[in-house]
Design a protein around this ligand. Structure first.
Ligand code: CDT
Length: 314
């Protein structure tokens, strides 16, 4: 058995006026509870330090800098890193990143990404991912009741879909990350599956109502689609998965909850039942990944690259 205990640390709402200190204290409390429940790895949501700010339009991006992190840890986020070290936890953290780095033309620029990292029990960042599938739009939309401006606030991630092998509670685990909308795309999961991922960690901020539903997507189907995507991704890539919400009513706008832990059979092991700070925990035997990987989803034996031309070219 290669047993690890996995915790999803769902966060309730963060209001626009709330500061980092309030949410960091809530996150530290969740780490403490995760430690008490024997967790080895804790997964937080996408953009965990702030309200889901892409719903707010800001014309000059420099005026939005307060929602981003330029350094990690910073004085405001240091207590989180201290708690990770204190409890010996591995942690997935989603945040808005400002990076001063060259663009594709080699020009040094201030760049913005929707980012997640894996933090080792030492407090060291051992893996970084930048969200690839950015939903929504770039300019203010006059026809939407709620904006979803991720294409304004972030560039498309430029780090691919990395996987690292890192110790979690004394077990070496192949760890991979996705961020929110990525979970709906089979290509994201397969990129990780092709690297023998064993635990996919992902955070999300998903509005409880689809603004563009055209009468065909009821609010209850939002949860169905989220779980359907995570369960299918886990089964088809023989991996455990953890999807973690920021949930609840932020300044009048509702985000869905239903954080979930799924096994490589595609079955739900644990499911959150509130729209608040909530911890769900599951014991995951990574040996379970072997079955799918060596039989029905033995990629080397059964994939047919010659028939997949369209996937990477259209
Ligand atoms: N944060 C994020 O990616 N949310 C999207 C909402 C899509 S509706 C524009 C999601 O896929 O959950």
């Amino acid at each position: 058995n290669r047993l690890i205990t996995v915790a999803a640390a769902q966060l309730g709402p963060i209001q626009r006026a709330e500061g980092r200190d309030v949410v960091v204290a809530r996150m530290v409390r969740l780490l403490e509870r995760a430690h008490q429940r024997g967790a080895n790895v804790v997964v937080f949501p996408e953009l965990a330090f702030t309200t889901f700010f892409p719903r707010w339009y800001v014309e000059n991006l420099d005026e939005a800098d307060g929602w981003y992190e330029e350094t990690l840890p910073s004085p405001a986020t240091q207590p989180l890193f201290d708690a990770i070290r204190r409890y010996g936890l591995t942690c997935y953290l989603g945040y808005a990143e400002i990076a001063h780095e060259p663009d594709e033309n080699g020009v040094l620029r201030k760049r913005r990404f929707n980012t997640s990292v894996v933090i080792a029990p030492s407090g060291e960042i051992v893996l970084k991912y930048r969200k690839v599938h950015l939903p929504g739009h770039k300019e203010f939309s006059t026809i939407r009741k709620v904006q979803h401006l991720e294409k304004r606030y972030f560039e498309v991630g430029n780090l691919g879909f990395p996987v690292t092998r890192a110790p979690v509670g004394g077990v070496d685990v192949n760890l991979g990350m996705l961020i929110c909308n990525d979970r709906r795309w089979p290509e994201s999961w397969r990129e990780l599956g092709l690297q023998q991922v064993e635990l996919v960690m992902l955070g999300y901020n998903t509005p409880a109502v689809n603004q563009e539903n055209r009468g065909f997507e009821a609010p209850y189907q939002r949860q169905f689609h989220s779980q359907l995507s995570i369960q299918a991704g886990c089964y088809q890539n023989a991996t455990f998965g953890v999807g973690v919400a920021k949930a609840g009513n932020e300044d009048g706008f509702e985000l869905m909850g239903h954080s979930v832990i799924v096994n490589p059979q595609g079955e739900v092991m644990a499911l959150a039942s509130t729209w608040d700070d909530e911890l769900i925990v599951a014991d995951c035997n990574l040996a379970m990944c072997e079955l799918g990987r060596s039989t029905i989803f033995n990629f080397a034996q059964h994939r047919r690259l010659e028939a997949y031309q369209r996937i990477a070219t259209q």
